[in-house]
Design a protein around this ligand. Structure first.
Ligand SMILES: [Ca+2]
Ligand SMILES: [Ca+2]
Ligand SMILES: [Ca+2]
Length: 413
């Protein structure tokens, strides 16, 4: 049987439509209640991860400068708005309270928590292609510039130094330093067949994302504490009409929807990979071209920051944090031989062993100890191993469409 972490109950979204009658609203609470302190709650206080809930989108951002939580750099506060309005908006860009199924209330219907879905104000730097969105549900706070979180966000500046500590309530989990990675947390199985994604123990269940021919990737592209889906388009040579550059379409929010972050990196024929090359919790893009590894430290357009050779053309590239130091290493699978290296540089493998299987290789931190293990996916059967040594599978289980492609995802709660 698989470790308990893999078979744990799926994370449930606390965020759900509630009836107005059922909700505890700011007016129900005393003047000194947290629900009345004027601030909208952090997304991490709603559903445990520092990203917008499904059904929301970023409507704008502001920043505080010189923030100790972000190594002295800017810290950004992004507003997640309800994306569904049943009636039109005026010039404000936000619809009236009775036009959404997400009424204003105190988080968890508790006066001791901040309000959610109450404030109808739009900073206006993000998703301006949507002329009408609902109230601010919650806030994402991040060291990542908003335009590397959501491609629609502009750099039009908004500074609010007084919000540095967000009302000086420093105990909120969303205020904890996020310059360090979330986790570790155990890998969960994922299988992609065409455009259909199956994520084990996910509230999102099975859904469609991308188009036929895309190469799937999964990563935490914003150190949110959850690994979300992405596709890379244009990987194949010789398809009429396709771009000769790879286009990455990454989700920052769980489940299906429009891509949040779209960027160009790599070219046709490259094998796309993602990893946390820097150890800051943010997975960023990379490609393998023959035996040349081209990695970028941010999810922004530009050339490779890291460039080296490892393995041989024809090897299957793999990525994982083999030594558990928070930084992804690299490796290749050649037949049944695994050749893995911690350092992002040319050199001999630091782990070389035989792990026999069949089908497609897959990697994941199966036991959640911070060290990535290895595995095979053969027609729906997963054989996984934790130690990076020759031996038999640690566990075997079944998940996913037999003709699909294996990946792993995960969530820190
Ligand atoms: Ca990183
Ligand atoms: Ca490592
Ligand atoms: Ca592990």
């Amino acid at each position: 049987m698989v470790g308990t972490a893999l078979i744990a109950a799926p994370a449930t979204y606390i965020l759900r439509p509630v009836t107005a009658e059922a909700a505890v609203v700011p007016g129900d609470c005393g003047a000194g209640a947290k629900c009345n302190d004027g601030w909208t709650d952090f997304c991490s206080n709603i559903h445990g991860v520092n990203t917008c809930p499904p059904g929301a989108l970023v409507g704008g951002w502001w920043r505080a400068e010189g923030n100790t939580y972000c190594n002295g750099e800017s810290r950004y506060y992004m507003d997640c708005h309800d994306s569904n309005c049943s009636c039109a908006c005026g010039a404000s860009g936000t619809c009236a309270a009775d036009c959404t199924d997400f009424p204003c209330h105190c988080n968890h219907d508790n006066c001791d928590e901040r309000k959610v879905g109450c404030t109808r104000f739009r900073y206006g730097q993000c998703n301006n292609q949507e002329p009408c969105i609902g109230a601010i549900i919650c806030r994402v706070v991040t060291c990542i510039p908003p335009w590397e979180w959501d491609s629609s966000c502009t750099k039009t500046d908004a500074v609010s130094q007084s919000t540095y500590n967000h009302g000086s309530v420093a105990e909120a989990p969303g205020l904890h330093p996020d310059s360090t990675p979330k986790g570790p947390y155990p890998a969960r199985a994922a299988v992609v067949t065409g455009t259909t994604w199956q994520l084990q123990n996910s509230a999102a269940g099975s859904f469609d994302y991308g188009v036929e021919g895309d190469v799937p990737v999964i990563g935490d592209f914003s150190n949110s504490g959850v690994r979300t889906v992405g596709v890379v388009r244009g990987t194949r040579h010789g398809v009429a009409g396709t771009h000769d550059r790879l286009m990455w379409h990454l989700r920052q929010i769980e489940g299906p929807g429009e891509p949040d972050l779209v960027l160009e990196f790599g070219r046709a024929g490259d094998i796309p990979i993602v990893g946390d090359w820097t150890g800051n919790g943010v997975h960023t893009v990379g490609v393998v071209r023959g035996n040349r590894w081209l990695l970028r430290r941010s999810n922004s357009p530009g050339s490779a920051d890291i460039d080296f050779t490892f393995g041989e053309p024809g090897d299957i590239p793999v990525v994982g944090d083999w030594n558990g130091d928070g930084r992804s290493g690299i490796g290749v699978v050649r037949g049944d031989t695994w050749l893995l290296r911690d350092s992002l540089s040319s050199g001999p493998p630091q782990y070389e062993f035989t792990f026999e299987g069949g089908g497609l290789p897959v990697t994941g931190d199966w036991d959640g100890d911070g060290r990535t293990g290895v595995g095979w996916f053969d027609e729906g059967t997963w054989q996984i191993r934790n130690p990076l040594t020759s031996g038999d599978p640690t566990n075997t289980f079944s998940f996913g469409n037999p003709s699909g492609v294996p990946l792993t995802w995960g969530r820190n709660v």
